[in-house]
Design a protein around this ligand. Structure first.
Ligand SMILES: [Zn+2]
Ligand SMILES: [Zn+2]
Ligand SMILES: [Zn+2]
Ligand SMILES: [Zn+2]
Length: 505
C-alpha cells in the first residue's frame, strides 16, 4: 500500500499529517494499533486482563497473585486479547516478593493502570515509547492547574513500584499522564454480559495522535472490536492538504467546543468555523433579536453581540444569561417525554435562533422518542410519523454544513428519514390515500436516503452499534426492493405502466 499520508512539521501546526496523494471519501488513511489501552483515571474496578467491571467479587491472577481478574469461569473466551500479559505478570510477581505489593494496591490504583502500562512499554517496546514521549503534553499549563495534584496519587503509586529508576520519576509520570489526557481516544470497552452496554476505556494511538484538530474536519474515525483505530477520509482531500479530525461535538456551539478543547487539549481553536460568528451560516449559537424580532444576534466580539439585520448591539453577559436559562431548563426536563420536549422546543424557539444547538439537541431527543413510539405501537399515527420526519429533515441541512461528507450522525439521520418515509408510505397506501404509483414514488425517494446512509455505514466496524445499524439497513434495503417489485406487479396487474413522477430531492 502506498503511503496515504506523510508527517510534516510547521510553526503553526507542529508535527501533523498531510495527504501524500489525492484521497477519496471513504478511503482508509490510517490503521493504528493502540500504543496503550486501559481504564479511565476515574474508573471503578475492572479486570486487569479483559477490562470487564468487577462489581462485587474478583479473583487474583493465579501466577502473580496480585492482579485482580474475573471471578468464576474467568474472563470470557470471546475477549481473546489478554491485557495482563506475561511481562506484566512477572513484574507484579517480583513486586510482590520484593516490595510486598498485594492485590489491594492494584484495586485502589485501577485509575493509574493506563499510565503504568504506558511506562512498562519503555522496556518492552523502546521505539514506541520514544514516539509516545514525543507527544504533546502541555505540561507547563498542567503544572499550574489542579490536574497536577489530581495525578499525585498516580505518581505516588508508580514511584512506589520502582519501575522507573531515575531521579525524574515524578516528572515522567506527570508527562505520561499528560500525553494520555491530551492524546487519548475513547474506546468502547468489552460488552458487559447480560447488561448489553460497555464502559468506556481510553487508548493512545501514536499515528492518529498526530491528526490536527479542526471543528469541521475531513476524516472519520472508528475503533473496531480489536481496538484498532481506522481513520477514513470523510471527503475529498487533495495531495498536500492537512488531514484534520474534529475532536469536539460538531453539534455544539463555538463557546462550548472551545471550552472543551481548552480544558481537555489546552488550546484555543482558530479554525474557519470558530472564526465565523454565524458558524458557517448555521447560526447554531445565535439568539433572536429582541429589537427587530426577526434578525439573529451573534457574538461579534468578547463583550458584544450584534444583530445581523438591525445591527443593534447587546451585552455579552445579557445574552449569556439568556442562553444559560434555556440550557438550565433543558437539564431538568424529562428527555424521554414527548410532551415536555415539544413544550421546551415551543418555548425556547421564541428566544433562540431555529438551529440553535439547544434546539438541535432537543430535536434529536424528540426524534428518538417518536422513533421508539412508532416502532413500539401497533398502529402509530401518521401525525407522529410526519413529525419525526420533519425533525430529521430539519437536522439534515445543518449536518451537511457542519459535517460535510461521511458522518456518523448524518448516516443515522438519513437512515431514520428513510425508515419513516417507508412506514408512512405503507400506511397511506394501505388506507388507499395514495395509488400504487404514488406509493412507488415515495419508496424510490426513501431508497435514495437509505443508499446514502449505507454508503456511510459500510465503513463502520461490524460489531459497533453503527455496524449493527449497517447490517439492519442492508436487510431493509433488500426488503424495500421486494416491496417495490410487489408494488410494480400490482401496477402492472391493473394494466398500467409505472412512470416515475417524483422529483429528485
Ligand atoms: Zn477478565
Ligand atoms: Zn498475573
Ligand atoms: Zn474550531
Ligand atoms: Zn435586530
Amino acid at each position: 500500500m502506498h503511503a496515504r499520508y506523510e508527517i510534516q512539521r510547521s510553526d503553526t501546526l507542529g508535527r501533523h499529517l498531510a495527504a501524500a496523494k489525492d484521497l477519496k471519501p471513504g478511503e482508509t488513511i490510517i490503521s493504528d494499533e493502540p500504543y496503550v489501552l486501559g481504564p479511565t483515571s476515574d474508573s471503578s474496578l475492572v479486570c486487569y486482563n479483559c477490562y470487564l467491571p468487577l462489581i462485587s467479587k474478583f479473583l487474583v491472577c493465579k501466577n502473580c497473585a496480585v492482579a485482580p481478574v474475573c471471578p468464576g469461569e474467568g474472563c470470557p473466551e470471546s475477549l481473546s486479547k489478554k491485557c495482563h500479559n506475561s511481562t506484566e505478570c512477572e513484574l507484579f510477581r517480583d513486586l510482590k516478593l520484593t516490595k510486598g505489593v498485594g492485590p489491594m494496591t492494584m484495586v485502589q490504583n485501577v485509575g493509574s493502570l493506563l499510565a503504568l502500562r504506558a511506562i512498562l512499554k519503555k522496556e518492552t517496546d523502546p521505539k514506541a515509547w520514544e514516539e509516545f514521549m514525543k507527544l504533546e503534553t502541555h505540561l507547563e499549563e498542567r503544572k499550574k492547574s489542579n490536574i497536577w495534584e489530581y495525578y499525585e496519587n498516580t505518581v505516588k503509586f508508580i514511584t512506589s513500584l520502582g519501575v522507573l529508576d531515575n531521579t525524574q520519576d515524578e516528572y515522567i509520570v506527570q508527562k505520561v499522564c499528560g500525553a494520555i489526557d491530551v492524546n487519548s481516544f475513547e474506546v468502547r470497552g468489552p460488552p458487559i454480559p447480560a447488561l448489553g452496554y460497555s464502559q468506556p476505556l481510553r487508548g493512545v494511538y501514536l499515528k492518529a495522535s498526530l491528526l490536527t484538530h479542526d471543528c469541521v474536519g475531513n476524516t472519520h474515525v472508528s475503533i473496531n472490536d480489536n481496538n484498532v483505530l481506522v481513520c477514513h477520509a470523510s471527503m475529498d482531500i487533495k495531495k498536500g492538504e492537512v488531514i484534520y479530525y474534529n475532536y469536539t461535538d460538531p453539534l455544539k456551539g463555538t463557546s462550548l467546543r472551545q471550552h472543551h478543547l481548552l480544558v481537555g487539549k489546552y488550546f484555543k481553536c482558530n479554525c474557519d468555523r470558530c472564526k465565523d460568528c454565524t458558524e458557517l451560516g448555521t447560526n447554531i449559537s445565535s439568539v433572536i433579536c429582541t429589537e427587530c424580532k426577526t434578525g439573529y444576534v451573534s457574538k461579534s466580539s468578547d463583550q458584544q453581540w450584534t444583530c445581523h439585520d438591525c445591527k443593534k448591539q447587546f451585552d455579552h453577559s445579557n445574552i449569556e444569561h439568556k442562553v444559560q436559562c434555556c440550557s438550565d431548563k433543558f437539564d431538568v426536563i424529562n428527555k424521554k417525554n414527548e410532551k415536555e420536549l415539544e413544550e421546551y422546543i415551543r418555548n425556547v424557539s421564541k428566544i433562540l435562533a431555529p438551529n440553535h444547538y439547544l434546539l438541535l439537541e432537543a430535536t434529536q431527543h424528540l426524534a428518538g422518542v417518536l422513533r421508539d413510539t412508532i416502532n413500539r405501537e401497533p398502529h402509530p399515527t401518521k401525525k407522529l410519523m410526519r413529525r419525526k420526519l420533519q425533525l430529521c429533515q430539519e437536522l439534515l441541512p445543518i449536518l451537511e454544513k457542519l459535517c460535510p461528507g461521511i458522518s456518523r450522525t448524518k448516516a443515522i439521520t438519513l437512515y431514520e428519514i428513510h425508515a419513516t418515509m417507508v412506514q408512512l408510505a405503507k400506511k397511506l397506501f394501505d388506507s388507499r390515500e395514495i395509488t400504487g404509483t404514488g406509493y412507488m414514488d415515495k419508496l424510490l425517494n426513501a431508497e435514495k436516503y437509505l443508499k446514502r446512509a449505507l454508503e456511510m455505514l459500510f465503513i463502520e466496524p461490524g460489531n459497533s452499534p453503527e455496524g449493527e445499524l449497517c447490517a439492519k439497513a442492508l436487510e431493509e434495503y433488500r426488503a424495500l426492493k421486494v416491496t417495490m417489485n410487489n408494488v410494480l406487479d400490482g401496477i402492472h396487474a391493473e394494466g398500467k405502466t409505472y412512470m416515475t413522477t417524483s422529483k429528485s430531492e
